[in-house]
Design a protein around this ligand. Structure first.
Ligand code: SAM
Length: 269
């Protein structure tokens, strides 16, 4: 593997902090867990950068769709994979992609060493909006991974736990990156639970955590998100019918609820 510093130098650029550019120098940690992804899966990669993870998954035979925000890196990826019919390179911000349209609609797995500055938004988009994605492997900040694996306390942890199983599959020490970040990373593994679609979960989480300091009863009644999605969900009207068994949750704050309690509330709504 050519050292990222050499490729970056040849491209005449410097790693951009604002895009979270820490490139992986050795990929053993990824190789160790790559078999988790179904061999037949069409794989979406977020932030391929210089292609460190891309190569691991291409060697395993996957078709891949790569989304890279950095113009120079996207151009290089297009050149490197110009004759590879299994690879499609999209230049752009993943957060702005229409995930239910092609080429994303046909992807059923997602991977990526995620830029730390925007990890939560990228994960929420994959987990809540891209219901076609059944499996994922992501490199994220180690501490964040530990909090997510605890299955509660933040809207992201609850989103993951309500939609599937998440676990820490490996560690990527900070020295495996160029430039070296000031934290270690973990590879998290996500598997969507079969037959569970909660397509409006994000609306419920935004509403509940919008009024984080408020009891749920008040946050759900006053938040702006329920009204925006009312045509699709019908939730504002359902609030008046919350059954007795869920009433104790209404007196609590969002960050005190477990993922299981959120799922129960969602399923009623
Ligand atoms: N996958 C490469 C690796 O492991 O060496 C690069 C990982 S680096 C931590 C994050 C990559 O995500 C960079 O290439 C960066 O340009 C790209 N990126 C940052 N924000 C992005 C976004 N919103 N959408 C798509 N790519 C993004």
């Amino acid at each position: 593997m050519i050292h990222p510093s050499k490729i970056i130098k040849e491209l005449g650029i410097a790693p951009l902090k604002k895009l979270g550019q820490n490139f992986q120098v050795d990929v053993h940690a990824v190789e160790n867990v790559a078999a988790f992804i179904d061999p037949a899966a069409r794989v979406l990669e977020i932030g391929p950068g210089l292609g460190a993870w891309t190569e691991v998954f291409l060697q395993r035979g996957h078709e891949m769709v790569l989304v890279e925000k950095d113009r120079t890196l996207a151009r290089r990826l297009r050149e490197v994979y110009a004759t590879n019919t299994k690879v499609q390179v999209i230049e752009g911000d993943f957060l702005e992609q229409q995930i239910d349209a092609e080429p994303f609609a046909a992807c059923n797995a997602a991977i990526g060493n995620l830029p730390f500055y925007v990890t939560a938004d990228l994960l929420l988009k994959i987990i809540c909006d891209a219901q076609q994605i059944h499996q994922a492997l992501f490199g994220i900040q180690y501490e964040v991974a530990e909090r997510l694996a605890a299955r509660g306390g933040s809207s992201l942890a609850i989103a993951l736990a309500c939609q599937g199983e998440i676990s820490i599959a490996g560690k990527i020490g900070r020295n495996s990156f160029f430039p070296v970040p000031n934290v270690d990373a973990a590879i998290i593994r996500f598997e969507r639970r079969a037959n569970i679609a909660r397509p409006h979960l994000r609306t419920l989480l935004k509403a509940a955590f919008w009024g984080k300091r408020k009891p749920l009863r008040s946050a759900l009644a006053k938040n702006p998100f329920f009204a925006e999605d009312a045509a699709a969900t019908g939730w504002p009207a359902r609030l008046a019918a919350i059954p007795e068994r869920l009433q104790p949750l209404m007196a609590q704050r969002a960050d005190d609820l477990t993922a299981a309690e959120f799922c129960e509330l969602y399923d009623f709504l």
